[in-house]
Design a protein around this ligand. Structure first.
Ligand code: GLA
Length: 327
């Protein structure tokens, strides 16, 4: 069996998924491929890793598995509990640990290779749980759902309260440009959990953040929780406005929304870094670039820019790819 699963880049809407908010990722034309045959355990080799992963079907603690890349595989095995294992090879064109959801793509590919038969949302939910048990990071569903439900040529407007996925065409005259900040995401794991806990603390006061408005900020005494909530409320509004402007061909509205998202992630959610800020500023000042922002969890990793086709801006041009599949 041969399976492929794409990575993702998020155009706008970060740290909103785990609060039931709106996100607009797209699956990208960089993917992880798993080729396997049936076996009585799980044995995977990777062309990018020196050590193979060997796991029993009843693996119990994915977060302790070695080599470390095997934790994602073990997470999927522990969530799906397959009765038949597999033996084979993994390869990927997604930069590993580069903010383009290489781990989500590996989880989705492994789940399909183990015979998972559910709908894309169920696949994403199983893989989200796998990521959580593998890493201890209380991630949202965006990365796995983008890989599981990508549509070629489209970004995906995802409502993380209803789980509805609405494809939004990405016009041919725009380019999605991804640039890595050069900074690895060292503190992401702990600070991510802290941000999520802060959002939950705010929701305990004002109710679900998806339904909150800027008027609710006054009910929050803690200035940090006020800032976190202001990011979530304003980011949801930006995602909705961005998706509408993109679908309506009103490209002049996109840049300010990207800039607003970056500023909010920097000032209110505090997940940017000086390296990301400097890169976003440089990209935004390049001719033909409509706007730029950090993308994903932040604390390093990648930026995304939207540019008119033919802009001289440096970076990798991502194209929107179709969803993970057996092939
Ligand atoms: C990581 C998580 C996602 C999402 C983003 C931030 O990629 O895995 O669920 O929360 O960070 O938007």
């Amino acid at each position: 069996m041969r399976v492929r699963a794409p990575g993702r880049v998020n155009l706008i809407g970060d740290h909103t998924d785990y609060t039931g908010g709106l996100v607009l990722p797209m699956a990208i034309d960089r993917e992880t491929v798993v080729e396997v045959e049936a076996h009585d355990a799980v044995e995977l080799r990777s062309s990018d890793e020196p050590e193979a992963v060997v796991l029993p079907l009843d693996v119990t603690d994915p977060s302790a598995v070695r080599p470390v890349w095997g934790r994602y595989v073990a997470g999927v095995v522990s969530v799906l509990r397959p009765t038949t294992g597999m033996r084979g090879v993994v390869s990927t064109t997604i930069p590993i640990g580069g903010g383009l959801s290489s781990s989500a793509a590996l989880e989705v590919a492994v789940a399909l290779a183990l015979g998972f038969e559910g709908a894309p949302l169920e696949l994403a939910q199983a893989c989200q749980r796998a990521e959580q048990v593998a890493t201890g990071v209380p991630c949202g569903i965006m990365d796995q759902l983008a890989s599981a439900s990508g549509v070629a040529g489209h970004a995906l407007l995802i409502d993380c309260t209803t789980s509805a996925v609405t494809p939004v065409p990405v016009p041919d005259d725009l380019e999605v440009v991804v640039v890595h900040s050069g900074q690895a995401r060292a503190v992401a794991a702990t600070a991510y959990a802290e941000r999520r806990a802060q959002c939950e603390a705010a929701a305990a006061v004002v109710g679900p953040l998806r339904a909150a408005s800027l008027d609710d900020l006054g009910a929050l005494d803690d200035p940090v929780l006020r800032r976190r909530t202001r990011h979530i409320v304003s980011e949801n509004a930006r995602v909705a406005a961005f998706a509408e402007a993109l679908a309506g061909g009103r490209f002049d509205e996109l840049g300010p929304l990207l800039a607003g998202s970056h500023a909010s992630l920097r000032d209110d959610f505090e997940v940017s870094t000086p390296a990301l800020d400097a890169l976003v500023e440089r990209l935004a000042a390049t001719p033909g670039v409509l706007g730029a922002r950090l993308t994903g969890a932040g604390f390093g990793g990648c930026t995304v820019a939207l540019a008119e086709r033919g802009s001289p801006v440096e970076g990798w041009r991502a194209r929107a790819a179709g969803r993970a599949s057996r092939c």
